[in-house]
Design a protein around this ligand. Structure first.
Ligand code: PXG
Length: 290
């Protein structure tokens, strides 16, 4: 059986899973989404992802066609249908089909779909040796335009940064905000460690409030570490003892080189490695049963 995709409550074979060319999610990026992971038969931080999805939708005045409870049931159903225990889950809510104008009021019904597939893991080498990243010229959207807290289907801002990073030969690009403060990477949040204190940009810097970021803050505080959410510049990264990124796909991943500057001693830091192992233990043992 080919992969089964759930669209508006019904399953379709992967090749037949289609949405209208008139869907405003496609025509205008008018919609919201989430990327969620399942580990060993449990869906990690499901409530947090669903809450963020519905908050993103509310912010753009999009009413998801189903309530949170039904969305959760449908996510679990999609995993069971595909016999997946370890998976990447993409949940998308679009404005639905309308006419060839911007007006969302011309889209009578929003649509949703759920894709659950095997997770493609980052190479183990990146976790052992650490990543090199580079800051790019594309700035993160200002919160007064499309607020980066909205996880919308319009990712062009980050895609442009990603393209620039790829051209520079790095797997992830660092994005600054309009004022030149560090915001986040294209699909990950960033942390630095200085003198034993963790520092990560506040969401007001112009970043998505990462669920992995929040999880790591809680794990660090539980281990007795101090965590500060404050603005910082590239200089603070260059002179930090450690640096790492967090995201649903990457989990916690060390960074050892930023814009050609070696971070710390050029190897994944002690606190980073401790948080990686704590995160893996938590992700492997908690979450909503499929
Ligand atoms: N910032 C941005 C801009 C993101 O898109 C994160 C931070 C991390 O957030 P979470 O809640 O996942 O800890 C994201 C993550 C992917 C992928 O396949 C990931 C994201 C979006 C699109 C693709 O790696 N979001």
């Amino acid at each position: 059986m080919s992969l089964q995709i759930l669209i508006d409550g019904r399953f379709f074979d992967k090749n037949d899973a289609k949405i209208s060319v008139f869907d405003h999610g496609l025509l205008y990026g008018d919609g919201v989404f989430e990327g969620i992971r399942a580990y060993s038969g449990r869906i990690f931080k499901l409530k947090e992802h669903i809450d963020r999805l519905y908050d993103s939708a509310k912010a753009i005045m999009l009413k998801p066609p189903v309530a949170k409870k039904k969305m959760i049931q449908d996510i679990r159903k999609t995993l069971r249908k595909n016999s997946l225990r370890d998976a990447y889950i993409r949940v998308v809510v679009t404005r639905g089909a309308g006419d060839l104008g911007l007006d969302p009021n011309k889209c009578p019904s929003a649509s949703y779909f759920i894709i659950a597939d095997k997770i493609v893991l980052y190479p183990k080498e990146l976790y052992d040796k650490g990543l090199s990243i580079a800051s790019v010229s594309v700035r993160r959207n200002i919160p007064e335009a499309l607020n980066p807290r909205v996880k919308s289907l319009n990712y062009l801002n980050n895609i442009l940064a990603k393209i620039e990073g790829t051209q520079r030969g790095v797997p992830e690009a660092l994005m600054l905000n309009a004022q030149g403060f560090v915001a986040e990477c294209t699909g990950d949040n960033i942390f630095i460690v200085k003198d034993g204190v963790l520092i990560t940009p506040p969401s007001s810097a112009g970043a998505l409030m990462g669920i992995t970021q929040e999880t790591v803050i809680a794990l660090a505080e539980k281990s007795g570490l101090r965590v500060k959410e404050e603005l910082f510049t590239r200089y603070c990264i260059f002179t930090a003892d450690e640096c790492f990124l967090t995201g649903t796909a990457a989990e916690v991943i060390p960074v050892v080189n930023v814009d050609g500057r070696i971070i710390g001693d050029g190897k994944p830091g002690k606190i980073t490695c401790m948080l990686i192992s704590k995160f893996r233990r938590l992700a492997g043992t908690t979450g909503v049963l499929i």
